[in-house]
Write a protein that binds this ligand. Structure first.
Ligand code: NAP
Length: 339
């Protein structure tokens, strides 16, 4: 395929959102593709991963990674096929993943790409075998350090990361309970993923009591994806020596006022517990350690991944909102080009 006749479509950041992002915060731009320079590769994007972190990257504030600049292509993980390569490690037809951005064609340095294992699908590479899977694996096992028979409670339990956390906890002999935002999601957790309990935080009423009922022996590991009132309720039920894993706080990402801290944090003192945040990027050198077991559990059907696939790159800005209204179950992706 010659790059000369290829047209790129990009979603660029047009404005910094206040609160929930609006479509006017993004700009769709069409322009001819530029051929790769020496050391670069041109990739045709097949699937784009939509992640809650994208909301944070739109804000100009101190974080673990610089914000996306106004006018810049939105940052995002994606998977696709090499169209043209000017690096010996890749050739046309290779399947790769990387931070390809919200665009149809990405011109990136070869060092920023990872080749997909022959048996991995694009979707798996953005789900259980990608950043999401690595987040669940290292966040739970390295930061949460569950022991057999521990009770592991996970919020955002039916989401991309959370649904894997619950299943990995079960595979490690734990009792696993998920918190999610609908009865359908809760049924999926208990009936299909084999969790021991699930709480619908939207209808539970007294969340503290609901957690007490679902976790009668208390909580040894709380894996938090959502923050806010759910984190506070979970803190009330932690056991002595518990590990509270701060993976994310999606309930706070669109806050327009300063975020209130968890009022029950003194339970950490009472229970001699530890609360620790982590960023999956720090585990990149150890990814190989997780990929073996994750791929094996997937192949054996012990780990199930669900995907919410939205068609068309132009729909990415609207689709991002699904993460904040909870209308996604499992990993949210956009199908950008045909496979
Ligand atoms: N630390 C790291 O390195 C790292 C890496 C990747 C992801 N993360 C974090 O992990 C978390 C999950 O990410 P994901 O990709 O797996 O997303 P996800 O869970 O697939 O999607 C987000 C889910 O969050 C729930 N949610 C949205 N607003 C909420 C609110 N106000 N209160 C409670 N729940 C709410 C919704 O489910 P319900 O229907 O249940 O409400 C929604 O489906 C995010 O916080 C993300 O930032 C961290």
């Amino acid at each position: 395929m010659s790059t000369q006749n290829l047209h790129n479509l990009q979603v660029r950041l047009a404005a910094r959102p206040r609160g929930l992002p609006r479509e006017s915060d993004f700009e769709l731009v069409e322009e001819p593709c530029q051929p790769p320079a020496e050391g670069e590769v041109l990739v045709k994007v097949a699937y784009l991963s939509l992640d809650p972190a994208a909301r944070g990257w739109m804000d100009d504030r101190r974080s673990y990674i610089p914000p996306v600049a106004i006018g810049e292509v939105m940052r995002g993980l994606a998977a696709g096929e090499v169209v043209e390569s000017r690096h010996p490690r890749f050739q046309a037809g290779d399947r790769v993943t990387g931070a390809l951005g919200w665009q149809r064609f990405a011109r990136v340095a070869a060092r920023e790409l990872t080749a997909l294992p022959a048996t991995a699908s694009y979707l798996d590479a953005l789900g259980p075998l990608g950043m999401v899977g690595m987040t669940a694996y290292f966040g739970l096992l390295d930061v949460g350090r569950p022991q057999e028979n521990d009770t592991v409670l996970v919020s955002g339990g039916a989401g991309a990361v959370g649904s894997l956390v619950g299943q990995i906890a079960k595979l490690h002999g734990c009792r696993a309970v998920g918190i999610a935002g609908s009865d359908d999601k809760c049924r999926w957790l208990t009936e299909e993923l084999g969790l021991d309990g699930a709480i619908n935080y939207k209808t539970a009423g007294d969340l503290d009591a609901a957690i007490r009922d679902a976790c009668p022996d208390g909580v040894d590991v709380y894996f938090d994806n959502v923050g806010g009132a759910v984190l506070d309720a979970a803190l009330r039920r932690i056991n002595r020596g518990a590990r509270v894993v701060i993976c994310g706080a999606i309930s706070q990402y669109n806050a327009t006022e300063p975020i209130a801290g968890p009022s029950n944090y003194l339970m950490l003192l009472v229970q001699r517990a530890r609360m620790e945040g982590f960023v999956v990027l720090d585990y990149v050198p150890r990814f190989a350690e997780a990929l073996g077991p994750m791929a094996r559990w997937l192949a054996e059907g012990k780990l199930k991944a669900r995907f919410d696939v939205v068609d068309g790159l132009e729909n990415a800005p609207r689709a991002l909102l699904k993460l904040f209204d909870g209308s996604n179950t499992g990993k949210l992706v956009v199908r950008v080009g045909e496979e």
